[in-house]
Design a protein around this ligand. Sequence first.
Ligand code: ASP
Length: 438
Amino acid sequence: MIKVAKFGGSSVADASQFRKVRDIVLSDPSRRLVVVSAAGKRDSKDHKITDLLYLCHAHLTYGVSCDEIFDKIRARFIEIRDDLNLTFRIEDELDALHARLNKEMSIDELVSRGEYLTSRLMAEFLGYTFLDARDCIFMDFDGKFQPEKITQAIKEAVSKYQGIVIPGFYGSLPSGKIKVMSRGGSDITGSLVAAACNADLYENWTDVSGILMADPRIVDNPRAISEITFAELRELAYMGASVLHEDSVAPVKEVGIPLNIRNTNDPSHPGTMIVDSASSVEPDQDKFITGIAGKRNFIILTVTKRLNNSNEALRDVLEILDRHKVQAEHISMGIDQFALVLSQASIGDGLYEIIGDIRTKCSPEDVEVQDGIALIAAVGRKMIFRPGISGKVFNALGKEGINIRTIAQGSDELAIIVGVDNSQFENTVRVLYHSFAG
Ligand code: ASP
């Protein structure tokens, strides 16, 4: 059995976190591949090493000395090394890097050093072999991953070494130059590595005990989801639940490797298991919601026009939205009108121009806008093929005096999305959670 364990920045923020990682990794010999982020924040006022490196680069770009920031980075790494009694000569690495700091230094190479140095320390601490991401996470010229080359390199390393540490967040271009991924990209590295070695499990160790059923800023102590399907996770993530890097799911999902979100600070908690198809059947018939997520600030744009059994007006409106780079979130059709739910952020200042274009192109009888709408998605695989679910949801919201302005449910029945006034956003999440989730 092989497990890939990825540890996020807070899990490697200082020596005591490194010790927790070692306990976790060495307690299970199948945790043979470890992917590491750069040391993150030790407390809410602290800085992530990656942020400091980006800041160094910004200083260099404007010709301002970054020595003060670089010294902070240096001190963090030396402190971890010394606290753990490691022998890695990190000063040599830092000095060599410092000597090359100038305007021409590639930003990708500079910021990748957070993961690189954290992994060097972790490799020594675990007694594992360090494998540079430069030599195993390959990308083509436009940054797309090259799974075959990655698989070859990872498989070769697995056949040679019992334990391997790989830095997350970066890889190399065909030229050999370093390229970083988008922020939070170590999640992707972990997933690529798990797929490459056909791991039995991809563990993503972070500082929460799995994915919570609802936003803890809205619901007090929401429960963690024990099992969720990839499809449910996608619905929740789309509606704003921030869990994993959005590109990190595909590599493991494609080859059917389950993903387990775990808490480095509470390793006995089983966390959340993300699977292709869920096995467990919840005995409680009323708790059919797996998770709730939502966002504020949408508008409903209603176009009234005699449609004469034709899609023409809708097509014209969608074309206009396309031109303005606005995506329709939901569409509902009536006999002589249709309504589109659009995000205010994507419209920006363009609303009056869009309405003007619709008036010119479609000659509607009316175009009406309702703003300040929040969308909340109740996501749950247990809702599928069960009659009466939406009735229960509307009933619960109605009892609390929450007026539903718009409703959407996909034919896969995986999510019921309700639109309410922005002012009712938090209340709606709480009612859904307490009635059907927690
Ligand atoms: N260190 C990088 C960041 O802060 C990548 C990661 O942590 O996954 O975004």
